[in-house]
Design a protein around this ligand. Structure first.
Ligand code: DON
Length: 582
């Protein structure tokens, strides 16, 4: 039954804001459970977390737009998914502006301090680099939130932070994923007084089912709302971040080797979130928009799709081989440097040249990069440069998608890099620092486009993606998982458009991730089902429990929306629509 106007705002969701209803909202039953699929009208959201999805829904139902809802949800994920997202992290937004029918992107990637050079990470064991001040990049999220709201939102930062403040103050229920992530980090969390105090109360991870509150983060958000991003980039909060990076609050008696960082308050002052043109390619008549460098997401997903389009048939073997080749090119050409040959990497000519290397058997690996020089010949081609493999990656980071009643769409990847970032909570502030600078190539690696440099942003794999058909949104999607983000997005698109799966099936299907490595990382379900036939083609697999925790929205006919999250991976996600009926 079509229902009535909501008489009162959803309990306190925008408490303290001057935000008013713009249009009558439609009442629906209160959201109480986490569901991976929701269909309906007028707005939709999918995140990994019920609280964050509810916040986005509340904003949408009260007349906020997709960007308002996305930023409010991102800030909430900083509370409920603090090991994947937070104000001291970074991310990428791909945004479809319905009024102007245009796709924009906002780069909120963390940056290297000015004191960092190509040799700064050389010789440091990866694990040591992760848990250090050295790995903390200049945070991008707050600048990104402000820019996104100013350009495309209707809420102030203060208003957008209010729901997250409420969740941080009142608390959220500890679920299995939060518990497991805390437990997996306990050994290093206990080595920092601030982190142990917050996340190991009484010396242990908070038990499943308990309520976790973060009043210090609530207060940090409150002050951030009042003072604005300058508090971080030019003020006292920034000074505290720098002090923590330079002298991490190491627990007395800890034997961990913890390197101090290079960040200065001048690095914070110099930081800017940036609007960048999206990557664009066309697949089967659909326009696929993604994130340009410093992310490799848009170019690598796009190149692989182009390669697939150049093949006479597309099956899982071809999916793996196209991914292998596009990762070879990503490693050689993509980074936060001038002159990335983006146009050529996404050209049909280059894709055809690369596609002719794909045969009935897996190609020798690792595959060398190609030559995106604009001069493409018939097969065979001479590869150029040295082969680089992209090694195993964990499941970290998070992605959310939102659309509103006006048809605006946000696909947003947020991260603090490793689960738990660098493991260091800024004392008294309730948030973890990122370790994004470990995304740089450590070197020595002469000519590598992803070596550290002053102010440079580490190459990312984040791939928030929006697909338009006939100029209208058709699909928006993304995933966590480091470099597996690229293959997860690619595999979902192939599942949906080449293998004819529905979007829920495309997300649920077992995954495999080929990143120019000898073995393809694959979920057990994938190996059981497809391993034997693919092994006959020369593919080989390394089992991994889970790849990605994707979120997506498909725009069905007549305004119907289908929001989709994971049914199982990472404990399942939460898809919601503003109204189940038109
Ligand atoms: O930007 C990236 O690609 C990664 N820092 C995202 C973080 C992530 O998924 C970590 N996973 N291993």
């Amino acid at each position: 039954m079509i229902t009535h106007r909501i008489a009162v705002p959803l309990a306190g969701i925008l408490a303290g804001t001057s935000f008013l209803f713009v249009q009558p909202a439609v009442a629906s039953p209160p959201v109480v459970e986490k569901k991976p699929v929701a269909e309906g009208y007028g707005g939709a959201v999918s995140t990994v977390d019920l609280d964050a999805s509810k916040v986005a829904l509340g904003v949408l139902r009260q007349g906020g737009n997709a960007m308002d809802a996305a930023i409010a949800a991102a800030a909430t994920l900083g509370v409920t998914e603090p090991y994947s997202a937070g104000l001291a992290g970074g991310g990428f937004i791909v945004y479809y502006d319905a009024r102007h029918k245009k796709v924009h992107t906002i780069d909120g990637r963390e940056a290297a301090p000015r004191a960092m050079g190509p040799a700064s990470l050389e010789g440091i064991p990866f694990d040591e680099a992760v848990t250090s001040g050295l790995s903390a990049g200049v945070p991008g999220s707050v600048a990104q939130w402000e820019l996104a709201l100013r350009r495309f939102g209707t809420l102030s930062l203060k208003q957008a932070l209010n729901p997250a403040i409420e969740v941080a103050s009142k608390g959220f229920a500890v679920d299995q994923t939060f518990y497991e992530q805390t437990a997996a980090n306990a050994a290093r969390f206990k080595d920092f007084t601030s982190t142990a105090k917050l996340y190991l109360p009484g010396g242990a991870p908070p038990p499943v089912g308990s309520t976790f509150r973060n009043p210090e983060l609530a207060e940090t958000y409150r002050q951030l709302g009042r003072r604005g991003g300058d508090w971080l980039y030019e003020g006292a909060l920034g000074a505290e971040v720098v002090a923590t990076v330079k002298a991490p609050p190491v627990t007395p008696g800890s034997t961990r080797k913890i390197r101090p960082g290079l960040m200065e308050t001048s690095d914070l002052k110099a930081y800017r979130a940036l609007e960048r043109p999206p990557t664009k390619m066309t697949y089967k008549g659909m326009d696929v928009y993604g994130m340009a460098p410093p992310s490799s997401g848009g170019s690598t997903v796009g190149e692989a799709l182009n390669i697939l389009e150049a093949l006479p048939k597309v099956g899982l073997h071809e999916y793996l081989e196209a991914s292998r080749l596009s990762f070879a090119d990503r490693g050689r050409y993509v980074g936060d440097i001038p002159g990335v040959p983006l146009k050529e990497l996404l050209s049909d000519g280059f894709a055809k040249e690369r596609a002719c290397l794909i045969g009935e058997r897996a190609m020798p690996h690792p595959a060398p990069p190609g030559n995106p020089d604009g001069r493409y010949g018939p097969c065979p081609v001479t590869p150029s440069g040295q082969a680089i493999a992209t090694p195993a990656e964990g499941p970290e980071t998070t992605h959310l998608v939102v659309t509103d009643r006006w048809g605006n769409v946000v696909a947003y990847n947020i991260t603090i890099e490793s689960t738990g970032g660098n493991g260091i909570v800024v004392p008294g502030r309730g948030f973890l620092l990122n370790n994004e600078l470990t995304d740089f190539t450590f070197g020595p690696a002469p000519g590598d486009p992803n070596l550290p440099a002053p102010g440079k942003r580490p190459r990312s794999s984040m791939a928030p993606t929006i697909v338009l058909a006939d100029g209208k949104p058709l699909l928006a999607l993304g995933s966590p998982g480091g470099a597996t983000i690229i293959t997860t997005v690619l595999q979902i698109l192939v599942n949906r458009w080449d293998f004819g799966m529905s979007l829920p099936q495309a997300l649920a299907a077992p995954r495999a991730s080929q990143r120019n490595t000898v073995q393809t990382q694959a979920e057990p379900g994938f190996i059981d089902r497809y391993g034997p036939e693919l092994t006959l083609k020369g593919q080989s697999f390394a089992p991994t429990p889970e790849i990605g925790a994707a979120t997506a929205i498909e725009f069905l006919r007549n305004g119907r929306l289908q929001a989709v999250a994971e049914p199982v991976r990472r404990g399942g996600g939460s898809a919601l629509v503003t109204s189940e009926r038109r």
